[in-house]
Design a protein around this ligand. Sequence first.
Ligand code: PGA
Length: 254
Amino acid sequence: MQTPILAGNWKMNKTPAEAVAFFEAFCAVHPARRDRSLWFFPPAISFAAARDSVRDRPDILLGVQNVHWERAGAFTGETSAVMAAAAGARLALVGHSERRHVFGETDAETGRKAAAAIAAQLLPILCVGETLEQRRAGTLEDVLVRQLDAGLAALAGDPTATLVLAYEPVWAIGTGVTATPADASEAHGLLRDRLTRRFGSASVAVPILYGGSVSPDNAGALLAARHVDGLLVGGASLDPGGFARIAAAAAAPD
Ligand code: PGA
């Protein structure tokens, strides 16, 4: 098992001052430890404040929640991967379900964003996941494979050293309904199989995170589930004490 990754996606929450206050409180209760990686995705406007707050914490990496695939230009409201990297980002979420379902982002656009992130030396976290209708229709594997393959289509060569996946069932995001550890294992296993079929044994290097209503109470069981390499946490990452409990969740051997 790799070092578990505990990631907080703040979505459209926290002003710069609130980001600073979060890290003051979080760092006070969660000293750096070598046996896990902590990632945070603040909103772009609070990125610099977050970056300055974690200067002395090399165990904490920061990313952006979205990037545009072009380097620069007439794309009002967008941030390029190159700009995010220049500002100190190491990571970028791509294809989060809110980007896909609220903002209409397509599989093809998601792939271009992943490619742009890699080109800018950011580690893309490619998010995939099925809706409740798709799950009920028995198309879980089809949906995950389609989203994964579309994301990979834009990437040149073997991306296994430069990619992270996140499985986030749409029905579990922000709903309080969590996938069971068995649900997470099943979906992660499908993704793992697909990666292995495409890239062979090198694909074990690609971590697969679970996201969707993770809380301090269920984090340990989800992290212990087979094929789960880390957690991508939305709502429960906003509270420093709660996220510190998630960050301390023990991982059982795989
Ligand atoms: P949630 O969000 O933990 O609030 O369900 C997870 C995510 O969207 O990354």
